[in-house]
Design a protein around this ligand. Structure first.
Ligand SMILES: Cc1cc2nc3c(=O)[nH]c(=O)nc-3n(C[C@H](O)[C@H](O)[C@H](O)COP(=O)(O)O)c2cc1C
Length: 161
């Protein structure tokens, strides 16, 4: 069986997570932005993606390659601020993807990192606005001041693998 890891990352934490997946599994790794060859060469897929603004970052890529992916086993790792649960599942469901695709992926939720001073001005402002409007005090604090769950991410990742 020939497997592969495809990832997307905006600020690097998912890329770091993907590196750990690759080191543990020995699978080849590609950034979805740089890969242009035929996906049908692979038998199964590991996808590693952050949640950005309440959606999967790789949703366009998933839609584009759906005709190939629909016949293959897929493991989906998400990296987000929110923990596993209803909110995260809703964001995945609202990423404009076919229901069959969402239900066939085996999903593992991981929590990443958000360092305000590393963000673009636009993202910093949007997250501040989101944080000020967020009724959940923990999520509000994380949106406003950032968070770093990368140590926990390693543990959860190795449990998942
Ligand atoms: C602009 C922006 C939007 C985000 N939106 C969400 C979100 O809607 N829900 C969530 O749980 N986490 C959100 N996060 C947190 C990211 O999922 C988390 O920081 C993740 O580790 C980012 O991965 P990356 O470093 O690979 O880009 C957001 C982070 C940023 C910077």
């Amino acid at each position: 069986m020939k497997g592969v890891v495809f990832y997307a990352s905006k600020y690097g934490s998912t890329a770091q997570c993907t590196k750990w997946i690759a080191e543990t599994t020995g699978l080849p790794v590609f950034d979805i932005k740089g890969y242009i060859s035929d996906l049908s060469n692979f038998d199964f897929f590991v996808l590693d993606n952050p949640i950005i603004y309440y959606k999967l970052l790789n949703r366009k890529w998933l839609r584009k390659h759906w005709s190939i992916l629909e016949n293959k086993p897929i493991i989906l790792f998400t990296v987000s601020g929110a923990p596993a649960g209803e909110k995260l599942n809703d964001w995945i469901a609202n990423s404009d993807l076919p229901n069959e695709l969402i239900s066939k992926m085996k999903h593992f939720a991981l929590r990443g990192r958000q360092i305000p001073k590393e963000l673009t001005l636009y993202d910093r402002i949007m997250l501040k606005i989101g944080g000020l409007k967020n009724p959940d005090p923990i999520a509000r604090k994380e949106e406003l001041y950032g968070f770093d769950y990368m140590d926990n991410l390693v543990l959860h990742l190795f449990c998942a693998l």
